[in-house]
Design a protein around this ligand. Structure first.
Ligand code: TMP
Length: 208
């Protein structure tokens, strides 16, 4: 594996996809070979899975089924897109990855962490992020940004979303070198500049 793998995480409404897009355009302008993907989805099969997992009509999905669906979408993305591009030396920007499952299904939904880790060993093919940026903001603010049509996960209660946010703090304490928390500022450019600074620093470090 020759490329670099950067993941972006955070509770609902943190603006990850906007920031990943801005970062992607910035790196492309700087002539880096870069692609961006998001989870769940971004493959033909993954998009079908996304439509099932996020559909509020499927109230009956069990925590383990939910975990396995996210993992299935992830494996398809890893095998079909992420690994091939990393092997070609690309920078891969990924909007959510395994940390989302650890936090949402593990910490917040109480699926056994050992089980998640065991499944992940098969699913992720040994890929771990070179850097993970968690965009953090207060839960109520984030849910307010989500708007009027929340999906199946966004619909969960405040206690669930609080466990998600706390989960990211916990993970960042466990892996302080890999996971960096950036508070979401009112101005997009301020947050974006902080992200760029961290990413460029990591690219320089890893290319030495
Ligand atoms: P998105 O809103 O960032 O597109 O992510 C989709 C939703 O899926 C979001 O509510 C977080 C949730 N999610 C999990 O619960 N577990 C996972 O493993 C992933 C990738 C996402």
């Amino acid at each position: 594996m020759r490329g670099l793998f950067f993941t972006f995480e955070g509770p609902e409404g943190s603006g990850k996809s906007t920031h990943v897009k801005l970062l992607y355009e910035y790196l492309e302008k700087k002539n880096f070979d870069v692609i961006k993907v998001r989870e769940p989805g971004d493959t033909r099969v993954g998009e079908k899975i996304r439509r099932i997992i996020l559909n509020p009509e499927y109230k009956e999905i069990s925590p383990l089924t939910e975990t396995l669906l996210y993992m299935a979408s992830r494996n398809q993305l890893v095998e079909e897109v992420i690994l091939p591009y990393l092997n070609k030396g690309y920078i891969v920007l990924c909007d959510r990855f395994l940390d989302s499952t650890i936090v949402y299904q593990g910490f917040a939904l109480k699926v056994e962490l050992d089980l998640i880790k065991k499944i992940a060993n098969f699913v992720c093919k040994g890929i771990t992020p070179d850097l993970t940026i968690v965009l953090d903001l207060p839960i109520k603010e984030g849910l307010h940004r989500v708007g009027k049509k929340p999906d199946r996960i966004e619909k969960r209660n405040l206690a669930f979303h609080r466990r998600v946010r706390e989960g990211y703090f916990k993970l960042s304490r466990l892996y302080p070198h890999r996971i960096k928390i950036i508070p979401v500022e009112e101005k997009i450019s301020v947050t974006q500049n902080k992200i760029r600074e961290l990413i460029l620093e990591k690219i320089c470090l890893l290319n030495k």
